[in-house]
Design a protein around this ligand. Structure first.
Ligand code: ADP
Ligand code: MG
Length: 455
């Protein structure tokens, strides 16, 4: 900067537009965020400069308006430094499009305007719905029918790779399709944090607020990263309130429910809980098959149903990893030009099927639990209520219900003729304990691991 300002005095007489433009962009680049630079300046050119009157040409009316409204002062300052004299700046649109198309530009800037990019690849139509995500999907549908009014905020949580971002962008894309003029702001919580820090450093809080608080829909991804960032949380709290008051839809994702986000302000937790919270779980076997089928379709390849099932059985994992496996398989099959036989697939997948729990027989679960706790099967299913039998019994109820997906009546029956309400009680007890009791958590993991590797 200083180098420029000391040398440009004499240069100003000789600097041609091209040279000036290069220096101008270089200087601007150092003063604003990369995203802002790309959105507003990268395609902006100096059309002419005569006697301190500088005319910039922009590729669209929208960019022109934004430069005028938000960056005029910066542009003027930089130019005056470069040329060492007062300047007057004007803008023209240099766009071969017809007037009508330019007008359209003004009303379709939603994504550029916020430097956010809604990947159009993720839609609600190509989101596969199954038992693990149907509640979240239904909530997403409700939100797109009535943005801002049905559930605000919608808080989607779940482990990595289960489709949180996909669903959130699906909501954004669907609403945008219906209401293209709406400003959709998609941002990761890291981006929001960076913007906030940058705004403080550059004393541009006004810009930040304009950017986030003018959103018609605000999508914030992976909010768990707000953990411990007090300033960011405070700023977001006010953003949130302002948007909610205007009935602007807010969608948030997180890898865990609000109460479990460490160092998150209580008032944010309660705001998040005030909307609708839905979780997405790891896809069950059928959903995995459906996801594989959909991903094949998207790629225009056909794999036999049996192959899909085999892959789903071997890769009992989240959707992202599942897709990764599929891509790997398709690549090998194509490169080696071999058919997707069972042997081929198994050799590529290279392991035993994991967590194939849903296909186990309840007797296998009984046998393993009895071995694990060193109890006899006739005691497990018998009438005695000794303390050392209670936990193994409850774990059986939980695994048979949650993983083998047996109906509670049937579970009661095979567990020695117990009532289905007893089964539900036992199952729910474990459901609660796995989130609070580390010992139970550890047992369950060990038992499931054994079930998937030794049976
Ligand atoms: P998360 O944000 O929960 O970590 P993503 O939304 O990024 O997960 O999903 C990971 C990948 O899996 C993406 O390619 C996404 O399209 C795919 N995916 C996840 N769930 C589904 C689903 N239900 N239907 C289709 N694709 C899915
Ligand atoms: Mg994500």
């Amino acid at each position: 900067m200083d180098i420029l300002s000391t040398t440009c005095g004499e240069q100003s007489r000789t600097m041609d537009s091209q040279n000036l433009q290069r220096k101008f962009l270089e200087t601007i680049k150092n003063q604003i965020s990369h995203a802002n630079y790309r959105a507003w300046f990268a395609q902006t050119k100096i059309e002419s400069q005569v006697n301190g009157k500088i005319i910039f040409s922009t590729p669209s009316a929208f960019i022109k308006e934004t430069l005028k409204a938000r960056h005029l002062q910066l542009i003027q300052e930089v130019m005056e430094k470069l040329l060492s004299k007062k300047v007057h700046v004007e803008f023209v649109v240099n766009n071969p499009k017809s007037g009508e198309e330019i007008k359209e530009d003004i009303f379709q800037p939603t994504l550029v305007q916020t430097n956010s990019y809604l990947n159009p690849k993720y839609t609600l139509e190509n989101f596969v719905v199954g038992q693990s995500n149907n509640v979240a999907y239904a909530a997403a549908q409700a939100v797109v029918i009535n943005p801002g009014l049905s559930y605000n905020p919608l808080f989607i949580y779940g482990g990595t790779g289960v489709g949180k971002t996909h669903l959130m962008l699906g909501i954004g894309n669907t609403i945008l399709r219906k209401k293209p003029h709406l400003k959709v702001n998609y941002s990761s919580s890291e981006k929001f944090t960076n913007d906030y820090v940058e705004a403080i450093q550059n004393r541009k809080m006004g810009d930040l607020r304009k950017k986030y608080r003018s959103a018609g829909i605000l999508l914030i991804d992976d909010i768990q990263f707000f953990s411990g960032r007090d300033g960011t949380q405070e700023e977001f709290f006010h953003t949130f309130n302002e948007l909610q008051a205007k009935n602007s839809q807010i969608v948030i994702t997180s890898d865990r429910p609000p109460v479990e986000i460490y160092k998150l302000a209580d008032r944010l937790k309660s705001r998040f809980q005030g909307g609708l919270m839905v979780d997405i779980q790891l896809p069950d076997f059928d959903t995995r098959v459906a996801i594989l089928r959909a991903k094949c379709q998207e790629r225009g390849v056909v794999l036999p149903e049996d192959s899909l099932k085999l892959i789903a059985a071997y890769a009992a994992t989240n959707a992202r990893e599942l897709e990764g496996k599929l891509i790997q398989i398709l690549q090998v099959i194509k490169a080696k030009n071999i058919p997707p036989t069972e042997d081929t697939l198994k050799s590529i997948l290279g392991q035993k099927p994991q967590a194939f729990l849903s296909s186990l027989h309840y007797k296998q679960v009984f046998a393993l639990i009895c071995q694990y706790f060193a109890v006899k099967e006739k005691d497990l299913t018998g009438p005695r209520r000794q303390q050392e039998l209670v936990l193994p019994r409850h774990l059986c109820m939980y695994i048979l219900s949650e993983d083998l997906q047996m109906p509670v009546e049937k579970i009661g029956e095979v567990l020695g003729g117990r009532d289905h309400t007893t089964v539900m009680h036992g199952r729910d007890k474990i459901k609660k304990l796995v989130t609070t009791d580390r010992e139970v958590q550890r047992m369950l993991i060990e038992i499931k691991n054994k079930l998937t590797t030794t049976t």
